[in-house]
Design a protein around this ligand. Structure first.
Ligand code: DGL
Length: 280
């Protein structure tokens, strides 16, 4: 059977923070990364739009032969994953798999909190979907979940203003609003793959109490490794030459300039025209 790369998808750059950690743990595999930068951000868009955009990208990965696609985007995982898994996968390619970032995180988050109170920082789309509250309840019914949408964080990060003074106001405001919902929150999940870049500011404005702040990259990487252990039939369909390729639906020059901030090293991407591809 032919082996092909693992697909990693995000609306833009955020998924690179996840891919970085996956590579750290599983460097032997080949990966194709696609950022739908031309249509980002997804966080403010409707369910229908996020679903349609995500599905088009998943179809592109399948056309490239990827047997497994990881939606390294919370908004896409929250708004599109279930429908794609249930309705589209059987039609497109029943032996392929699409995995998200919400399940791996919600499975373990209850192990970090002592006060049984967890805060979720995410895009408006992810918060509106209520996916985190619903999923965490399944695994940890005793844990209370408080969510705060941070709609300004992605634009601040994408414009490289996240460590400047302009970010202070919004980080302080969103953290304050989260803790107003429940003072006993002791664990915060960065439920947007862009947000690890805000860590420095988050630490600066956290209230004086001990708080665990979780990013998803390592969690998703560990979960993929466990998945391969449980599903050797999928693992054996993934190629292992250590190759990495990057694609963006917008300008590759812009992508390469910004991407290193998220990925920690220089990147050379290629342009994908999804409209052209979908018209075929
Ligand atoms: N990185 C995406 C996420 O994890 C959000 C970015 C966007 O709004 O497109 O939710």
């Amino acid at each position: 059977m032919s082996q092909k790369p693992i697909g990693v998808f995000d609306s833009g750059y955020g998924g690179l923070t996840v891919l970085k950690e996956i590579l750290h743990l599983l460097p032997e595999y080949d990966y194709l990364y696609l950022g739908d930068n031309a249509r980002a951000p997804y966080g403010t868009r409707s369910f229908e739009t996020v679903y349609r955009y995500t599905l088009e990208c998943v179809e592109w990965f399948f056309e490239k032969g990827c047997p497994l696609v990881i939606l390294a985007c919370n908004t896409a995982s929250a708004k599109a994953l279930r429908t794609i898994q249930q309705n589209d996968l059987p039609r497109l390619n029943p032996s392929n798999r699409v995995l998200g970032v919400i399940r791996p995180t919600t499975e373990i988050i209850g192990n970090f909190t002592k006060s049984n109170s967890v805060g979720i920082l995410a895009t408006r789309g992810t918060v509106m979907s209520d996916s985190y509250r619903i999923e965490i309840k399944k695994f940890f019914p005793q844990v209370k979940v408080f969510q705060e949408a941070c709609p300004m964080w992605v634009p601040l990060i994408e414009n490289n203003e996240h460590l400047g003074p302009g970010a202070d106001y919004f980080v302080q405001k969103n953290l304050q609003e989260l803790f107003t919902k429940d003072k006993s929150i002791d664990t915060i999940l960065l439920a947007c793959t862009h947000y690890p870049l805000m860590l420095e500011k988050i630490w600066q404005f956290l209230p004086g109490r001990p708080t665990t702040v979780l990013s998803q990259g390592e969690i998703v990487a560990q979960s993929l490794s466990d998945y391969f252990f449980r599903h050797p039939e999928m693992e054996s369909r993934c190629s292992k030459k250590g190759n990495l390729r990057f694609f963006t639906t917008d300008s590759p020059d812009d992508f390469d300039t910004h991407a290193s901030l998220f990925f920690g090293q220089a990147i050379q991407s290629k342009h994908v025209d999804l409209e052209d591809y979908m018209a075929r």
